[in-house]
Design a protein around this ligand. Sequence first.
Ligand code: CA
Length: 232
Amino acid sequence: MDSKGRILLVEDEQGLIMTIQDRLVEERYEVETASDGQTGYEKALADNYDAIILDLMLPKKDGLDICKDLRQQNVETPIIMLTAKGQVVDKVLGLKLGADDYMQKPFEMMELLARIEVQLRKKKQSANSLTKEHYAFADVEIDFKSMRVSKSGQEVLLSAKEFQLLRFLVEHSDMILSRDQLLNEVWGYDALPSTRTVDVHIAWLRQKLEPDNRYPKHIVTVHGFGYKFIGD
Ligand code: CA
């Protein structure tokens, strides 16, 4: 069976290494692990991975240094940073130093899997660098360049956030996206709104775009987790 990608996991908690590794392998990823920062850094430099899951607090070399040094060495592999609860300050710093995403422990494995998929998809997209300008589903047409949306030929007015949310959903069609992920990607890491904000905007998009917003067919709910966009 084909592997979905090669992941480097740099983490020093043995229990967590096993949990993450087992689950990733189950999902058909190839996984390399390193349990200290120096080894992790050397592996990331020496080999070509599709994504790196990087713990912040590590023996020998911490996650922030690894991240900074890898970017300095022009290693552009997507990095998802893991931090312990309460290290909120570090997330901003981590992103500044070149991490692509950030998750606070403890997290749901499903959340981590969803974020890995987004990073892999992003990597693929930038490799193609052919971003679609038009997209259509049901009787809705989206022009990403002019940011215009129409339904049955009639222009639909969307707020900037509604448009960004719609774009993110469409760009990640068929992928399960958590509320936290949507909040982070569309509203940004420094944003204060709660995940309730996501629900409200989803409801507005459905009202404006779904054929029947009581029974959404395109912007669907993934119970207890988030949403998924399904095209035609
Ligand atoms: Ca650690």
